[in-house]
Design a protein around this ligand. Structure first.
Ligand SMILES: *Cc1c(COP(=O)(O)O)cnc(C)c1O
Length: 403
């Protein structure tokens, strides 16, 4: 078997982006605004392109998805101590945004298919009195977004979507991020568009867009944004929104823009690798893969599987064995935080006792990242390496956990 590929390889920066970035650097105009007036440059252009891509009226470019999530909570008028519902399967930036605003996370169970559990959502919405659901489409798994929209309408919940893993994904033909009052996207290198750091908030609501623009730190040069709410709306919020300096730089927007038209090809590439590896793992009884419903069009840059028959020491042995063979497998049940942090027991303010089923499920859940441009042979090698590692552990050859 040839050496296995580096699963952590980020998406390439296109030549056009490199050329545009060099021209921008030569000009020195790296800040998004120009005091003497201007058209907003690459950041404003990105906002227009991104709003059109998702199908929303407004896009506000910021420095990270975590900042977008924080601004979304701010614009929902959350006060310190207010409860915020969130699915227990996500990454630290989501509970981090809730912590940032001083609110209280209320964890909601997930299903075997890694999406939010609607019964538990309804029960917790009533018992907590929360007005906001911050839903993470974690690892690209979309719940039935039509059914969820109905629940949110009936129970008076404002939906904020964390779309860090669903740029290019849709439910029944409608883009993820356009179902909620606000959608938040990430350009961090591990996501679908790679600029190192960066985020975008999308919304149809002019008041939320106005508040996000002003809070992000627009120095009253908000007229230079790509999608600007009407003057009367801006006037309503001027002088009432603190400046948090969460702006996107022109360099980031310059790196992002040429990547947007590449998304359909990237998504097709990721999904082809995902589907090939998933099909092979699905033939092996050790692996349980999430069911993908028909209306979901995913953009799967990673692959998740449960090892339902293995206890935590055996999963640790499996992970160690796969890593020894050159495959960087992640395990959501690690006792100590390790490079990433998806274990709700490790989030400040979260009560893992609220979600016993999600906690038990994550004890048996692993995943791998999928770089772009894997060959069919590389996909097969990845699948066989994972299967061989489970076989060895099942036969008691796993050795001791070294995770
Ligand atoms: C990466 C990520 C984020 C936040 O992205 P940043 O741009 O790094 O703040 C949010 N949610 C999930 C699930 C993520 O993986």
């Amino acid at each position: 078997m040839a050496p296995l590929p580096d699963l952590g390889r980020p998406p390439d920066i296109p030549q056009q982006a490199i050329a545009d970035a060099q021209a921008l650097l030569a000009s020195g105009r790296l800040h998004r605004y120009a005091e003497a007036g201007g058209d907003g440059g690459p950041v404003a252009a990105l906002e227009r392109e991104f709003a059109a891509l998702i199908g929303c009226r407004y896009a506000v470019a910021v420095n990270s998805c975590g900042s977008a999530l924080f601004l979304a909570l701010k614009a929902a008028d959350l006060r310190p101590g207010d409860p915020v519902l969130m699915n227990a399967f996500t990454l630290t930036p989501v509970p981090g945004a809730i912590d940032h605003i001083g609110a209280q996370p209320v964890l909601v169970e997930i299903t075997e298919d890694l999406t939010i559990d609607f019964d538990d959502l309804r029960a917790k919405a009533r018992s907590s009195g929360a007005r906001v659901l911050m839903l993470s489409h974690m690892r690209g798994h979309l719940c039935d977004l039509d059914a969820l929209s109905q629940i949110c309408a009936e129970d008076g919940l404002t939906l904020i979507e964390d779309c860090a893993h669903t740029l290019g994904a849709s439910w029944a033909g409608r883009s993820a991020g356009s179902f909620g009052r606000v959608g938040c996207f990430s350009f961090q290198s591990g996501k679908h568009v790679n600029t190192g750091e960066g985020g975008v908030l999308v919304t149809d609501d002019p008041d939320i867009a106005a508040r996000a623009i002003l809070h992000s730190g627009s120095y009253m040069l908000y007229g230079q944004h790509g999608t600007v709410p009407p003057d009367a709306v801006m006037a309503r919020w001027r002088g009432r929104c603190g400046n948090y300096s969460l702006r996107m730089s022109a360099l980031v927007a310059t790196l992002a823009r040429p990547q947007l038209p590449l998304l359909p090809a990237r998504v097709a590439d990721w999904n082809a690798s995902h589907d090939r590896i998933a099909a092979r793992l699905g033939e092996c009884p050790h692996f349980r893969l999430p069911h993908r419903p028909e209306p979901e069009a995913y953009a799967q840059s990673s692959l998740q599987f449960q090892l339902t028959e293995f206890d935590p020491p055996r999963i640790a042995a499996f992970v160690a064995r796969a890593r020894d063979r050159g495959l960087w497998v992640k395990w959501f049940g690690t006792e100590t935080a390790e490079g990433y942090n998806s274990n709700p027991a490790q989030w400040p303010g979260a009560h893992v006792s609220e979600v016993p089923r999600a906690f038990a499920l994550q004890q048996r859940l692993c995943d791998i990242r999928l770089p772009l441009r894997l060959s069919a042979a590389q996909c097969d090698d990845i699948a066989e390496t994972l299967i061989a590692a489970t076989d060895a552990v099942a036969q008691g050859q796993g050795g001791h956990a070294r995770a």
